[in-house]
Design a binder for this molecule. Structure first.
Ligand SMILES: NC(=O)c1ccc[n+]([C@@H]2O[C@H](COP(=O)([O-])OP(=O)(O)OC[C@H]3O[C@@H](n4cnc5c(N)ncnc54)[C@H](OP(=O)(O)O)[C@@H]3O)[C@@H](O)[C@H]2O)c1
Length: 296
């Protein structure tokens, strides 16, 4: 039985991963920067990681933790570098020395969004600090671990997470409050349901897949279309979703516009890809309508 170390166990992907591994009955060490955790790790202090990991044994290190606030990374590139690049590099060296495989989560923000959706063979060209550091970390992981690294690029991850900030919850909160929400009509990506992402990556790991894989929802659409699909599923007045141009959102970091990920390589290896939003949203709507926020 494999022993798993999940770094970022409290995050959206980390939580679903820990749940899926626990359901398989596989031993998991939950690592994060706050309790409850089996191991406290602060990726903002890469120099402390070797000591924090001393004596630990794992077969697979899942690197889900990241500084995911894209505009925050643009405002504080040093912090982004420590969390998104320097710490992954330290963890990769630890894994290489201890014979452990690593699954690293990356992003379609490694692309510039001029000609998406992108395959694994397309050259990255990130526009933002976040994208640059994630891409540099991909390279460090591959160089340090070779065939023991699996780099998973994903996009627009969402899930039911009351009080959380993923896009599904942002739209749900706006609908619940009757508050208009401006959303980009010119940003394209794949909405990816977190539990589906975890299922697909576990299928890759079960097949001992290595290298680079795009793991994202089956449909590429605009943010505005995704927001409208959420509204249509949950209910709420259509005029609350306000499609706008990205340049009118005043975001600090540039966003790739025609982004999105092609998932044919994943399909070929595991035989499925994460579902498109409609069936997932229909499922979520049964427990998460804007009129019943307390039902979560
Ligand atoms: N969410 C998306 O749409 C998306 C899209 C493409 C790629 N990805 C990638 O997928 C991965 C998982 O994303 P997610 O949606 O699960 O993100 P998330 O919900 O923001 O979770 C990030 C996790 O990283 C942890 N973290 C942040 N700073 C840390 C630090 N200094 N030390 C230790 N832990 C720290 C957070 O801890 P706290 O819980 O304490 O805050 C949180 O648990 C990331 O690598 C991200 O780059 C995500």
């Amino acid at each position: 039985m494999k022993r798993h170390l999940v770094v970022g166990a409290h995050g959206q992907v980390g939580r679903h991963l820990v749940r899926a591994l626990a359901a398989r009955g596989e031993p998991v060490v939950r690592a994060g920067r706050r309790e409850p955790a089996d191991l406290l790790l602060d990726l903002d202090r890469p120099e402390t990681l070797p000591q924090a990991l001393a004596g630990l044994r794992a077969d697979i290190l899942w690197l889900c933790a990241a500084y995911t606030h894209v505009d925050g990374c643009e405002a504080d590139p040093d912090r982004s570098r420590r969390i998104n690049l320097d710490s992954p590099a330290v963890l990769a060296r630890w894994a290489a020395a201890s014979g452990c495989r690593v699954v690293f989560f990356s992003t379609d923000y490694v692309f510039d969004g001029r000609a998406g959706p992108y395959t694994e063979a397309d050259p990255p060209h990130p526009l933002s600090v976040y994208g640059r550091h994630k891409q540099a970390a991909e390279e460090v992981l591959a160089a340090t671990l070779g065939p023991r690294a699996l780099v998973v690029r994903t996009a627009w991850v969402y899930s039911r997470d009351p009080g959380g900030t993923n896009f599904f919850e942002q739209v749900r909160a706006a609908l619940t409050a009757g508050r208009p929400l401006a959303v980009a009509a010119d940003q394209f990506g794949n909405p990816t349901y977190a539990p589906d992402l975890v299922d697909a990556v576990l299928a890759l790991v079960d097949r001992r897949a290595a290298g680079l894989f795009h793991v994202a929802g089956a449909t590429v659409m605009t943010r505005a279309a995704f927001a409208e699909a959420i509204r249509a599923a949950l209910g709420g007045p259509p005029d609350l979703i306000r499609p706008v141009a990205t340049r009118d959102l005043g975001q600090r970091a540039p966003r790739p516009l025609r982004a999105g990920l092609v998932t044919t390589k994943l399909q070929a290896v595991v035989g499925f890809v994460p579902r498109p939003p409609e069936p997932v949203l229909a499922e979520l709507a049964r427990t998460a309508s804007p009129e019943s926020p307390a039902s979560s």
